[in-house]
Design a protein around this ligand. Structure first.
Ligand code: AMP
Ligand code: MN
Ligand code: MN
Ligand code: MN
Length: 282
């Protein structure tokens, strides 16, 4: 069974449309794919319609930006009811906050001498939700910086001139919304927050206290000792393990369905919900 529970489309900062993503997943022989755009589920209806023609099960997903102790923590929701009104209303607010934040980032960067970036970033986001990745792309287009990660190091990362402090819903609110909609909540890419071991341990403990379900342990390019440490944290807190490529665009080092598999001693998240059932949730 091939499964990927974390990826993006043009509905957020991914490069492939929902249809293109489904075709790519099919070509890579995936059996199950959760599409987890930032703060939006808008790709899912289209992707499911496409997947009906092909042979792939598309699982409802979303990656919610949240606030924990001022850090931007991403919570992936899986297998929830797509039409749940509380979840959808909360996502509308998140997208409004994204728009306001993008305008504020643009304003701050103009103070650093850059031309306003908002209009072009908005255009790049098309009808999808606007992310810092779109703003980074504008800065790249203008040749101000020559690499994507450098834009974050210089302008958009935490503590840099274009960084706007976290205004997202609280982490525990995201877990609650996902549960109320019948889904499971996953702490996404725990090693990407640049937290010390002590803080990461606190984050996982508080995620478990908030009734979170799983840690994303099966991720690309994770070192074996890091994966072992995350697994021990998951087991300690009775959390399952989730897997995902966090695919955004075709690249040599990242592909749908490609990640370090879960260690044997970790319970896979899909054992907490029926994969076959999930296909009928919409
Ligand atoms: P946002 O959710 O709008 O804050 O944007 C976050 C997105 O920007 C992430 O999902 C990544 O796709 C991208 N991103 C964030 N930080 C970095 C970084 N340091 N290097 C490259 N991409 C990043
Ligand atoms: Mn992203
Ligand atoms: Mn993320
Ligand atoms: Mn992601």
């Amino acid at each position: 069974m091939r499964i990927d529970l974390h990826c993006h489309t043009t509905i957020s900062d991914g490069e492939l449309t929902p249809d293109e993503l489904v075709i790519r997943a099919e070509n890579h022989q995936l059996d199950y794919l959760a599409i987890t755009d930032h703060d939006s589920t808008d790709a899912l209806v289209q992707a499911k319609a496409k997947a009906k023609v092909n042979r792939l099960f598309v699982i409802n997903g979303v990656e919610i930006s949240t606030n924990w102790e001022g850090f931007d923590i991403h919570i992936v929701g899986l297998n929830f009811q797509l039409t749940d009104p509380r979840l959808q209303q909360a996502l509308v607010i998140q997208r409004q906050k994204r728009d306001t934040r993008a305008q504020e980032i643009s304003r701050r960067l103009t103070k650093k001498g850059l031309e306003p970036v908002y209009d072009r970033a908005h255009e790049l986001a098309r009808n999808g939700c606007i992310t810092r990745a779109h703003i980074a792309q504008v800065i790249l287009e203008r040749g101000i910086v020559d690499r994507f990660d450098k834009v974050f190091q210089k302008f958009l990362g935490r503590g840099k001139p274009g960084y706007v402090s976290n205004q997202w819903m609280l982490m525990e609110q995201a877990v609650q919304l996902i549960h109320q909609a019948g889904g499971v909540a996953v702490l996404a890419h725990p090693l990407q927050y640049q937290l010390s071991n002590k803080w990461l341990r606190r984050l996982v403990g508080e995620f478990a206290d908030a009734r979170g379900d799983a840690l994303e342990i099966g991720v690309p390019q994770i070192k074996p000792d890091h994966q072992r440490w995350l697994s021990s944290l998951a087991i300690e807190h009775c959390l399952a393990g989730s897997v995902g490529s966090d695919f955004h665009r075709p690249a040599r080092w990242r592909e749908l369905g490609r990640y370090q598999p879960l260690p044997e001693n970790v319970t896979p998240i899909w054992e907490k919900f029926s994969l076959e059932m999930s296909c009928f949730v919409d």
